[in-house]
Design a protein around this ligand. Sequence first.
Ligand code: SF4
Ligand code: SF4
Length: 223
Amino acid sequence: MPPLVPRWDPTKCIQCNTCSYVCPHATIRPVAMTEEEAAAAPEAMRTTDLKLPKGTGYKFTIAVSPLDCMGCYNCVAMCPKSDVKEGGALTMVPQEAEADQAEVWDYAVNKVTEKSELAGDANIKASQFHKPLLEFSGSCAGCAETSYARLVTQLFGDRMFISNATGCSSIWGNPAATCPYTTNAEGHGPAWNNSLFEDNAEHGFGMEVRARLWYGGWLRGRA
Ligand code: SF4
Ligand code: SF4
């Protein structure tokens, strides 16, 4: 069976961003665009008007990376407008049928500026307009742990220290060649370290103390 990936239908989507919220691999993302950004997008991009009180004049797309999606079905299963039999806002299709979306993904992720301010206060929908600072991890398809970890990086990742106990999260979290933690446009992202099975509390406390000493010295040096 060929790998399957989600295809997005803008005519059926209610823009709840649940698909992105549950994706363990950060391979499906809502993107808000200005008219100019939408006009410069690859032809294969599907768009609709952004449905937000502050979103007048903006366009919306759900970008999917067909080359990184693990085909876990989480997004389709949780989409309130998906219907596996009839076809809905998300439908799983063979990966090659969505090959043109790779270019769309690259444009949406690398060329479009973040507009999380349009979504207002903290809520599920707003959280997904923030760039994930954990993406394309080597976790198993459908892993719930990486969905939670990805969400935390969207909320706090630009100022986040992680003291990781050994386990699954240290396996998908930092194999040297494929570290999934990344940075935002300002170069800020999670600082990660790993300790042994049961001493990560002490290890994390040490990181905290050291950070406070360092920042304290840095601040005093600037006074
Ligand atoms: S099928 Fe799974 S990995 Fe692919 S976009 Fe949906 S939730 Fe993400
Ligand atoms: S979960 Fe479904 S309805 Fe909600 S944003 Fe994603 S595709 Fe649209």
